[in-house]
Design a protein around this ligand. Sequence first.
Ligand SMILES: *[C@@H]1O[C@H](CO)[C@@H](O)[C@H](O)[C@H]1NC(C)=O
Ligand SMILES: *[C@@H]1O[C@H](CO)[C@@H](O)[C@H](O)[C@H]1NC(C)=O
Length: 384
Amino acid sequence: MGFGLMDQLYDFINLIWELLRSRAALEMTRPQIAILGGGIFVRTQYIPRLREITDIVALKTIWSRSEGSAKAAAELARDFSPEIECKWGDAGLDDIIQDNSIHGVAVVLAGQTQVDISLKMLKAGKHVLQEKPAASTVSEAEAALSCYNSLCTNVPRQPIWAVAENYRFEPAFVESRKLINDIGDMMSVQVIVEGSMNSSNPYFSSSWRRGFTGGFILDMGVHYIAGLRMVVGSEVTSVSAISSHVDKTLPPPDNISALFQLENGCHGVFAMIVSSRSPKINWRVVGSKGTVQVERGNIDGRHGYLVSFYSTDGKCQTNFYPFSGVNEELKAFVHDMLQAEQAGALFEAEPRSSFIEGARDIAVLEAMLESGIKHGAQVHVKKL
Ligand SMILES: *[C@@H]1O[C@H](CO)[C@@H](O)[C@H](O)[C@H]1NC(C)=O
Ligand SMILES: *[C@@H]1O[C@H](CO)[C@@H](O)[C@H](O)[C@H]1NC(C)=O
């Protein structure tokens, strides 16, 4: 406490300053977002996950192409976001672009339209969390990246462009990446995916996936490639694959077997069956001093991954990690939005959700699909 007049004045100015600062901080401690999309994933994942983190992020608006779908999705969020707004059609999208109180958007739309809409939002200065796949093709991803990079030179601060693929945030993969340091020389990698995409699956009839080049192999495959790249910590450089179309109720191909070469000199196999009767998803990395395995499983009704480490003495230690990638990834995006506001241009967004990481997963699958069409000819993976 000061006694002189100057001291009192100084205290007073400090008080006002603190008040202004805390008010500004309060406004930005809970960024507001809009969801673009009203489909299954919004209703079953985004809304429930956002409900769990209302202390850090507010859902202001839900937009969908049609009024009915926007309203139906918004109703599901009304309990934690009583003032939620519904927007639809082109006019609704423009409203969101104009609304400066919306800091970020989640783009959860058909794979074919996501990149265009994301770029539109980024140009408007909004941070974007776009659902996977990052793009439909590598060339679309490259064009989008150059557009995004040129955009950054025209705006005062770079908006974040994150792609939601969640696997890089799963604790099981984060842990496996560490265990790989103890396996000695990496000798072989196996990724086996027997999916269960049949008419009982809510995504089975999704029309955009049926019109997507690469079908479910590309749409679902990005996750398994993300898991592979994360665990081995090395890039896939070339592939050779055989693919087939067996189940005619699914878009082609539904079945692929690939050999791949890694940058670190190791090689491996990737086999993916879209619809099997014996679901199994597993990554296995064999080294000279140990083996790491990540396998989808469930314990006490909780779904997640079993991570096993086999050491040279024949012992195996297994830990279970329940799914939490979607939550972790959403939290990282919110955290990044806050950082971007506070640190401006100096700040770097979470690399695990960067657009380029998502594009690299596409590049590996695109090479496999191309090799499949060429009956197994070796194809180099486009370096991004
Ligand atoms: C995958 O392709 C192979 C070879 O064409 C075929 O024998 C097998 O039945 C297919 N599996 C499934 C589940 O579609
Ligand atoms: C779809 O696959 C699941 C898991 O394998 C199985 O339980 C279910 O019966 C299958 N449904 C159809 C219609 O084949």
